[in-house]
Structures are given as structure tokens and as C-alpha cells.
Design a protein around this ligand. Structure first.
Ligand code: FES
Length: 178
């Protein structure tokens, strides 16, 4: 979009500075970048939706908002942009499983119609997506996913109660390097 001559504002959000990704890449791909973290450890303290409101208040309505990230962020972004009347595309990649149209795991209701993210998307009109249904479906296998994750942690010598994914990945990399 930037290369095509559009003025592009990037908004990057994360819980804290350790979880922020691709800041430099976004700085190269955008005309301006706002960074927000929940705890204020990098950029402004707040959520992506706060940054959208701040950007619109400072520089006016954009023609298009593209939201990519966790479902809850895209849902809240779509709510705010609907209020602000900004056309919004969301990328529903996170719900895909096999990506071939075979498993049915990526089914989503958009403007009352059933769609498969991998076949019909993955980008959709954010104002038409039934995020609540999608998030309920995404939690469907949570007990099995948690069980598998905890078994993986134990296998690598970690107490599931005392571990986060980033530390685990570092430990696994260390183990693989030795
Ligand atoms: Fe399996 Fe779309 S990801 S059908």
C-alpha cells in the first residue's frame, strides 16, 4: 500500500515491549508508526483501539483500516471503526487449521453467511464478521490444547505453573544447541 502511493499509518500493539514484533519492518513500510503497550513499557500506554482513536482525532479519517492479530483485538478494532465509519478489513488467518478447505475448522459467519476463511478469505469485511461466535468456536478445543501444552512443558523439564511460552522456547532452543 505504501509503495502504491498511499499514506500508511501503522499501529502496533502488544501486552508489553517483549512481545512487540516487527517494529523496524513496519517503520520501513509505513509513513508513520504508533506503538502501544498495555503496560506502557514501550510507546504509549493503552490498546490498539486507543491509538486508532488518537490517530483519527489527530489526522482525520483514513480510507481503510486493516486489522491483523488476535481475534479479540480485531473484534474491538472493528467495533471502534464501525462507530467511526471507517471501512475495515480483518485478516482471519489465526483460525485456519489445514488451510485447504477440508477440515472445516475455519468456518466463520460473515454478514449472515457461512464462509471458510481459507477458501473465501482470509480477509473479510470486519464489520460483518461474527467475532463472538468465532471466538466461542476457537475455544472449543482449549482443554485438549492446554493438556498437550502442559505435557510438552513437563517433557522438557518445566513446571507448567511456572512457565510462559517465551521462556519455554528459549529453554528448548538451549537444549537443542547442546
Ligand atoms: Fe480447514 Fe479452512 S482451514 S477448512
Amino acid at each position: 500500500m505504501h509503495k502504491a502511493g498511499n499514506y500508511v499509518v501503522g499501529i502496533l500493539g502488544a501486552r508489553n515491549k517483549d512481545l512487540l514484533i516487527m517494529v523496524e519492518e513496519m517503520q520501513h513500510a509505513c509513513d508513520s508508526v504508533r506503538v502501544v503497550t498495555d503496560d506502557g513499557s514501550c510507546g504509549d500506554k493503552g490498546l490498539v483501539t486507543d491509538a486508532i482513536r488518537a490517530e483519527v482525532a489527530a489526522n482525520g479519517q483514513p480510507d481503510l483500516c486493516v486489522a491483523i492479530g488476535p481475534l479479540i483485538m480485531m473484534r474491538e478494532t472493528a467495533k471502534v471503526t464501525a462507530q467511526l465509519k471507517i471501512k475495515t478489513l480483518v485478516s482471519l488467518n489465526p483460525v485456519m487449521v489445514d488451510g485447504t478447505g477440508m477440515c472445516g475448522g475455519c468456518r466463520v459467519t460473515v454478514s449472515g453467511e457461512s464462509k471458510f476463511v481459507c477458501v473465501d478469505g482470509p480477509e473479510f469485511d470486519g464489520h460483518g464478521v461474527d467475532f463472538d461466535e468465532l471466538m466461542r468456536r476457537q475455544r472449543f478445543y482449549q482443554p485438549q490444547e492446554r493438556g498437550t501444552y502442559e505435557a510438552f512443558l513437563k517433557e522438557h523439564g518445566h513446571d507448567p505453573k511456572d512457565c510462559n511460552l517465551r521462556r519455554l522456547e528459549a529453554a528448548v532452543r538451549e537444549k537443542e544447541a547442546t
